[in-house]
Design a protein around this ligand. Structure first.
Ligand SMILES: Cc1cc2nc3c(=O)[nH]c(=O)nc-3n(C[C@H](O)[C@H](O)[C@H](O)COP(=O)(O)OP(=O)(O)OC[C@H]3O[C@@H](n4cnc5c(N)ncnc54)[C@H](O)[C@@H]3O)c2cc1C
Length: 410
């Protein structure tokens, strides 16, 4: 995308119709797509542009990638009309086990167990297939009121104190606010010269799904190993595979690549060593994906008539599956702040958005970073301290409840 920031562009001088919108959103990923639908549902006139083709996929193949959606995030999915449109049923997370381990040894008996019944009737959250969210968003986008979608398309954007102008193909648009929802490499953020800080983890996640013999009973497992966390997330089964789980297998970069490239049989042996007996016989379903991990945070969340949301503003370690949830919390904050205001690009509103979201996102980033550093080590003293820590937290019901409510996005 080419972005010009200052001066009237040549096309702005030409005669021709300019389509006026309240808010333009660049990027129709899970955060941008959901935000666009939620804002349009509140009566804002929204322009949404994505460089990718967003045709609704009637029957996309199972690809094994899944998100953990916290209960708090479900609200914005409902407001956007996506939740009831999900083509593959979400799987409720009823319990979470946190264990500490060492390769070749069973998980330490000093584990943390979270039971959703300790904080109410609602599950902690849901495991939702990534393809399910994509299909639901793309379907809703085709028939939403107040929403103009241009995809695949790129926007040429200029901003000044009074308005945002966008050229998309041969069409001209204006808006009072442009939202950068283009993910980690956000060109709008770069053009606004908003700096970022990145923390490399030297870890890569291998993502895939397994079918297994025993039911998971809605239990998610976070098994901490020196190379990185090994997460097992319960998925809704299919007629072919009644018991399914998604796995995020984090390891040091080089080993992760070796695992990614391994033939199925030795790869499954590596998985079984970490998983233990809990799910019985396992087999691979679908392909493997490789995600190098790093954390990132933007120095500011806004500029003149520009605001950052989702991965354009922050990226966290996937250790607790909170990345998309933070983006959804950004969307909720923005939808509430912009409700009924005459000028959605007013600087004081954007400053309030930053004040509401940046400290919370930073705290989550630091929390995930500390967790990863604390658990990705084999140092005997640290191992003992964290095992005792797990055991201590296990005996502190009030603290456990606080953790549970945070995980639920409350
Ligand atoms: C290994 C791993 C596991 C994860 N697991 C979880 C989990 O369990 N739960 C969770 O909550 N999060 C998880 N996350 C994080 C989650 O994937 C991200 O936070 C989420 O995808 C961010 O959504 P987004 O819409 O902000 O950005 P993206 O998903 O990156 O979407 C960006 C969109 O912008 C479009 N775009 C880009 N550039 C342009 C441009 N120039 N013009 C127009 N359009 C453009 C793209 O086509 C895309 O549609 C995980 C991440 C990783 C790496």
């Amino acid at each position: 995308m080419r972005i010009r920031l200052r001066g009237a562009p040549a096309w702005a001088q030409k005669d021709g119709m300019t389509h006026t919108h309240d808010i333009a959103i660049i990027g129709a990923g899970p955060v941008g797509g959901t935000l666009a639908l939620a804002l349009a549902a509140r009566g804002h006139k929204v322009l949404l542009v994505d460089k990718a083709n967003l045709s609704p996929m009637e029957d996309p193949a199972f690809d094994g990638r899944a998100y953990a959606i916290a209960a708090g995030s479900r609200l914005v999915m409902e407001e956007a009309g996506i939740w009831n449109e999900l083509p593959f049923a979400p799987c409720p997370i009823l319990d979470i086990d946190v264990t500490d381990g060492k390769l070749g040894r069973p998980p330490s008996p000093l584990k943390l167990h979270f039971d959703h019944r300790d904080v109410g009737d609602e599950p902690f959250g849901w495991i939702v297939e990534a393809r399910s969210i994509r299909v639901a968003i793309n379907r809703r986008l085709q028939r939403a009121d107040n929403l103009t979608l241009r995809a695949p398309a790129e926007a040429l954007i200029t901003r000044n104190a009074n308005e945002v102008r966008l050229r998309v193909g041969t069409e001209d648009f204006s808006a009072q606010l442009v939202v950068a929802a283009e993910g980690r490499q956000s060109p709008l953020r770069e053009a606004a010269r908003i700096g970022t800080t990145r923390l490399p983890y030297h870890q890569t996640a291998v993502i895939f799904a397994i079918a297994h013999e025993q039911p998971h009973n809605g239990v998610a497992l976070e098994h901490f190993l020196p190379g990185g966390p090994f997460a097992v997330l319960p998925m809704t089964g299919t007629p072919e595979h009644p018991h399914l789980s998604a796995i995020v297998f984090t390891e040091r970069d080089r080993l992760a690549r070796r695992l990614y490239e391994m033939p199925d049989a030795p790869f499954l042996r590596e998985v079984a060593i970490r998983l233990g007996e809990r799910l019985g016989q396992i087999s691979l379903v679908g392909r493997r994906w490789l995600y190098p991990l790093n954390a990132m945070y933007a120095a500011r969340y806004y500029d003149t008539r520009l605001v950052l949301v989702g991965d354009a503003a922050h990226g966290v370690h996937p250790i607790a599956g909170q990345g998309l949830n933070l983006g959804y919390q950004d969307a909720i904050a923005l939808v509430d702040l912009l409700d009924g205001v005459p000028d959605p690009g007013a600087p004081d509103l954007l400053a309030r958005y930053q004040a509401a979201r940046r400290p919370v996102n930073m705290a989550m980033l630091m929390g995930m970073d500390t967790l990863d550093r604390l658990f990705s080590t084999n140092h005997p003293a640290i191992r003992l301290a964290r095992d005792l820590g797990l055991a201590a937290v296990e005996r502190m019901p009030r603290l456990k409840k606080r953790f549970m409510r945070t995980a639920m996005g409350q």
